[in-house]
Design a protein around this ligand. Structure first.
Ligand SMILES: [Zn+2]
Length: 300
């Protein structure tokens, strides 16, 4: 049976205020599973670093670089442990002392931590595995967009491919997925087209308010997580982009920045908690009849 939110299950079994939850089977399981999933996550994160660096350059993903980029010193096996090697080396090459970007351990740790949250939210089932793959794709898409202001269409389509096993193995109905494809992508497409035409008329530049990659991302993600998760995802993404956009403008003076990383953050949060946010919002609607109407519509 599909079970969402292991932490809620743990709380329901024992009550958070009681210490006995340390003795429940679920707690014992989590104490073992969390470190295992975290280590698995940081190892996958190490591969994501390779993807983020090499895909935009069109380089092979399989060949491991075995030398320091600055001094050419051979990278030892001990230097390849995700997160911990960087900490152990204090972020420097063991031979020449050249700084190693903190981006590497950050991506690794991020993937590890988000995998653990995926586990806690979705439990041990196929949906959790699908969500972990989605998480890693979002990390790659977000960081590559941050670096290059570009998205890779095959990566976006992989999200849509994940929707196929997700449809057969999880609980989101087809109708919600189909609405999910269009609910955000259509407004994004319209905003992109209209702003593009307006900017072109005013300045002659070929710039769009929302790029086509962002639009395709929202369509593919909608097929995977459904409209109930997509609406809060988009809201959270746009709010994060607005906040960070202002900060970026203040710090660097640039008004153009990648939208993708914030959309990816929004999508991840939406995939985890979006349905609950939508249901919570609808329950707050003022009229009893409206609440009943929407609740009936949302219960499938
Ligand atoms: Zn070196």
């Amino acid at each position: 049976m599909y079970q969402k939110n292991l932490l809620a299950a743990l709380a329901a079994q024992t009550g958070w205020r009681e210490w006995q939850y340390y003795e429940s089977d679920l707690a014992k399981f989590l104490l073992l599973a969390i470190p295992v999933v975290f280590i698995y996550g940081i190892c996958i994160g190490s591969f994501l670093n390779v993807v983020i660096i090499r895909v935009p350059r069109g380089e092979s993903l399989i060949k491991r670089s075995s030398h320091c980029m600055t001094c050419g010193a051979k990278i030892r096996i001990i230097d390849l442990i995700p997160v911990f090697s960087w900490l152990f080396l204090k972020g420097k090459c063991h031979s020449c002392g050249e700084k190693i970007s903190p981006r590497y351990p950050i991506v690794e740790a991020l993937n590890g931590i988000l995998y653990v949250v995926d586990l806690l939210i979705f439990g041990v089932n196929v949906n959790c595995v699908i969500m972990m793959l989605f998480t890693s794709l979002l990390i790659c898409i977000g960081f590559i967009d941050w670096d290059t202001m570009d998205m890779y269409i095959p990566m976006l389509l992989l999200i849509a491919v994940l929707a196929i096993p997700s449809h057969f193995l999880t609980y989101i109905p087809l109708k919600e997925r189909i609405i999910g494809i269009f609910v955000i992508s259509i407004p994004f497409l319209l905003i992109g087209e209209i702003s593009g035409a307006y900017i072109k008329k005013k300045t002659g530049e070929k710039v769009r308010g929302i790029e086509l990659g962002d639009t395709i991302l929202m369509a593919c993600a909608g097929a995977l997580i459904g409209w109930k998760a997509m609406i809060p995802s988009a809201f959270i993404g746009i709010i994060l982009a607005a906040i960070f956009g202002l900060i970026i403008k203040k710090v660097t003076g640039k008004s153009k920045f990648a939208f993708g990383p914030y959309l990816c953050m929004g999508l991840w949060i939406g995939a985890m908690f979006g349905e609950e946010i939508t249901m919570w919002y609808i329950k707050m609607l003022p009229h009893e009849e409206t609440v009943q109407y929407y609740t009936a519509m949302l219960m499938h």
